[in-house]
Structure formats: C-alpha cells, structure tokens
Design a binder for this molecule. Structure first.
Ligand code: 6PG
Length: 485
C-alpha cells in the first residue's frame, strides 16, 4: 500500500455513478466528514471533483492510494452494480484493508450474498456490512433511509457516519442497525417488495378512477393530491399526482397515455416473493404486484387473447361515492400489503437468527425511502404497543381502519370484476383478509384430497392425532404417523 498519501478521510466511496456520487456529496456536506473517492475509470472521479470542488474530496487514481487516504478504522462504502462488480471491489479492498476495517456494500445485494461475504471477511478480521440504501438518486444526495446490517462493532464507527447523511423525521435519523450479517439487505429487499405492492395498488386505483370513474388523468392527479393530505399521505401518492398531471411535450397528450404499458423490474420484488415462499409467509399483495408486471410484459399473449374476445363487459355505472370507495379500498389493501411484508421480516429474523426491532424499521421508513409515508407512524405505534402482535391487522388502529373500509373495499373489488378491470392487488388483499377472517377454510377439502391421492394424512377437529382414510379399501379411518412426503 502506498504510504505517500496522508490518511485523512474518515469515510470513502467506491463507485461514482449517480448514486455513488450523490452519496459522496451528501457525506462531504456533513460536518466532520472528509470523503475519499475512487472509481475504476478515473475520468469519472475527475468529473465529480471538478464539478464539486466544495466537497473537498480526497480523490485517488488507484485503489491502493484510496485505501491509504483513509483513517483507521478504514471505512469504505461500495456503490457499484450488485453481483460480480461488488465482489471484485470487495476482494480488492479486503486485500488492502486490515483487521477492524469496515467494508460497506450499499447496493441492492442479495442478502444471502451478504451473509456469505460477511462470513468470509470476518474470518480475516474485517467488518463487512450490507446496507440497504433507499430513496433513489435524490435520497442519496439529500437524505436516504439506510438499513445497515453487519456487526454491532462495525456500527459503532459506521452508525454516526450514516446518521450524518440519513433523512431526518421528527429529529430522528432514518437509519438504525437492523441486525447482524445480511439483516440489512434482507429488510431492504422486503422494503422493495412492499414498494412493488404499494405502486401496484396505486396503479389499480388510477385504473379504476380512469376506466370506471371516467376521470381524466389531470382530474385523477387532483384526486391523488387530495388523498395525499390524509391517511394515504406518502411519497408514492405525491409523485403519482405529478406523473398524472404531466403532459407529453411531443404530442400534448397526457404523459400517462404515451407510456407503453409493459412494466420492468430489477428483481428485488421477485426476491421478496421467492424468499417469502421459502419462509412460508403469504405475501399475496407483493406477489400480485410482481405478477402484474410480468403479465403486462407479455404482449405476445395479451394481443392474441384480446383477439379471441367476442365482447368485454359493460363498465359498471358508479355514483359519486365511487372515488371515496376506491380511496378506502386502496388504504385497506395497503394495510394488508404492509402487514404481509412485516410478517416476512418476522419470519426472516427467526430463520436467520436476527434480533430485528420492527418498530425501529417502521421508524426509519418514515423518511428518505421510496415507501415513506405518514402511515408508518401507525406501524411504529402498533409495534411499540405490542411487538409480538400476530399481525398488524390485529392492532386496534388497523383493525378499525379495515372495518371502516371493508364495505367500500368489497364494492370496489366487485365493481372491478363486473367491469372487467383487473385489480389483482385489491382482490388478493381482500381474499387474504377474508381467509384470515373465515371460521372454516376449504383447506379441509385440500387435506381430504391430499389424503385421498397421496395418503398425506390429516388432523381432526374433534380429537388429537394424525389420521388417514383407507380410500381404496373399506374407507375406514386409521390413526397413523404424520406423512413425511
Ligand atoms: C429504492 C428503490 C431502488 C430500486 C429501484 C428499481 O429503495 O430506492 O427501491 O432500490 O432498485 O426503484 O426497482 P425496480 O426496477 O425493481 O422496480
């Protein structure tokens, strides 16, 4: 390592694309931070330092000089593409760092990779921290919500630095130590899954107001802006109003009407569903959001299916209350999606041995992140009142909110079905609620079917034990061991 450079930076950033540059600028703007910067192509480093001399960056052309410019415990945040790019930088830094130094991965890494990386690096005495950083480019510059995992030891150094750049709500920085090893990236993954659900539900509300309510995009923008003053207040509602107000300069048409209706995805929502399935946690609201993006991205099916149709249902005639019905259905569905997301966090914490404070997560999600919303204060209250509630739907505030919205929710879902308007998010959330609320579920029949063709056994409601009916014999019932297949 080059000793020629004086070590003077308390924090370094590797990877100076927009997110990394903005994070570096945010760090440099905070009292007490001196920021070292490094990028594989030095031209980008030069661009940043030339455009922002006020930041006083310590710029290095080589990774060796970058490391030499860091004071101990050396702390570097990697802001490069998740996957191989991150692995490459980790191996460069871990070869130059010394025991006690801290490597932070600020990308949207797979939390399983983070668990592996943390193990590999702690074997060398290095701290490895996977930190979810939410809020996009604007958040990175002005205050993100940050979800660091890794050791408590590392957080002693890293925490104050992250708190200096995080969004602040009610005087509280939107960052907390989520838990050990991959906990931070796991929670960021769930954040993204909830983000998908939130976005899908808003899109369904828009579609209903447009196709059933007959409102123009500009009128719907006003409706969302009004909703943003109440319990639905959130960043996503706010930007939706802006997007729907936008007019395409090329055609003078509403912007929304010139956008191709085929959604993309970087994959974090898919990870949320995959991991929730493995954890046995139903996250229908998130899954339907992922599937809705996938359905939209299959024009090779949508076109031919449409071509087979003889007719489409008449759009239902709705009254003035429909707009309020949609708002209530949106709120109830949102409650379900967040309840499911937190269920996945609870299950992940058990499986991976993390001690996760759910109230603290809701607290740091109140600002900076994409799902930031006033609503999160209610989740903070719910978990502070009782951290062990079996579902957010059991919390009195949310139970009351759903009870108030239920009739509207049912009207909206049935109106959508009768009108041929797809509401996979609204519909699956309502069915999830009805499943939890049902005295008896048809799962009893599923058990009978499984026992009939697979001898998978069942339990009875009226006595303990495991049973199997001799379907191919005299159909008598025998007590047996639970089936293993
Ligand atoms: C955030 C966002 C961000 C996410 C992009 C792309 O918290 O700032 O969640 O991390 O990667 O929004 O997400 P999709 O392409 O998967 O929609």
């Amino acid at each position: 390592m080059s000793e020629t450079r004086a070590a003077q930076a308390n924090i370094g950033v590797v990877g100076l694309a927009v997110m990394g540059s903005n994070l570096a600028r945010n760090l440099a703007s905070r009292e007490g931070n001196t920021v070292a910067v490094f990028n594989r192509s030095f031209s980008r480093t030069e661009l940043l330092t030339t455009e922002h001399p006020e930041a006083g960056f310590i710029a290095s052309e080589t990774i060796e000089d970058f490391v030499a410019s860091l004071t101990t415990p050396r702390t570097a945040i990697i802001m490069v593409q998740a996957g191989k790019g991150t692995d490459a930088v980790i191996s460069q830094l871990s070869a130059l760092f010394e025991p006690g130094d801290i490597i932070v991965d600020g990308g949207n890494a797979d939390f399983q990779d983070t668990i592996r990386r943390e193990k590999e690096n702690s074997a060398k005495g290095l701290n490895f921290v996977g930190a979810g950083i939410s809020g996009g480019e604007e958040g990175a510059l002005n205050g993100p919500s940050i979800m660091p995992g890794g050791s408590v030891e590392a957080y002693k150094t890293l925490g104050p630095i992250l708190e200096s750049i995080a969004a602040i709500v009610d005087g509280v920085p939107c960052v907390t130590h989520i838990g050990t090893d991959g906990a931070g990236h796991f929670v960021k993954m769930i954040h993204n899954g909830i983000e998908y659900a939130d976005m899908q539900l808003i899109a369904e509300a828009y579609d209903l107001l447009r196709r059933v309510g007959g409102h123009s995009p500009a009128a719907i923008a006003d409706i969302f802006a009004e909703w943003n003053t109440g319990e639905l207040n959130s960043y996503l509602i706010e930007i939706t109003a802006e997007i729907l107000r936008q007019v395409d300069p090329k055609t003078d048409k509403p912007f929304i009407d010139i956008v191709l209706d085929e959604a993309g995805s970087k994959g974090t929502g898919v990870w949320t569903v995959q991991n929730s399935l493995d954890l046995g946690v139903p996250v229908g609201g998130i899954a339907e959001a992922v599937f809705a993006r996938a359905v939209s991205a299959h024009p090779e099916q949508r076109g031919p299916v449409r071509a087979t149709l003889k007719a489409r249902p008449e759009i239902a005639i709705v009254g003035d209350t429909f707009q309020e019905d949609v708002r209530q259905a949106l709120y109830a569905s949102k409650i379900v999606a967040y309840a499911q997301g937190f269920d996945a966090i609870i299950a992940g914490a058990v499986k991976y041995g993390w001690n996760i404070d759910k109230g603290a997560i809701a607290t740091i999600w109140r600002g900076g992140c994409i799902i930031r919303a006033q609503f999160l204060n209610r989740i903070v209250d719910a978990y502070n009142n009782d951290p062990s509630i079996p579902s957010l739907l059991v919390d009195s505030y949310f139970a009351d909110a759903v009870a108030t919205s239920e009739a509207a929710w049912r009207r909206v879902v049935s109106t959508a079905a009768l009108s041929g308007v797809p509401v996979p998010g609204f519909g699956s959330s309502l069915s999830y609620f009805d499943s939890l609320a049902s005295e008896r579920l048809p799962a009893a029949l599923v058990q009978g079917q499984r026992d009939y063709f697979g001898a998978h056994t069942y339990h009875r409601v009226d006595m303990p034990g495991t049973f199997h009916t001799l379907w191919s014999g005299d159909r008598s019932e025998i007590a047996t061991e639970a089936s293993t297949h």
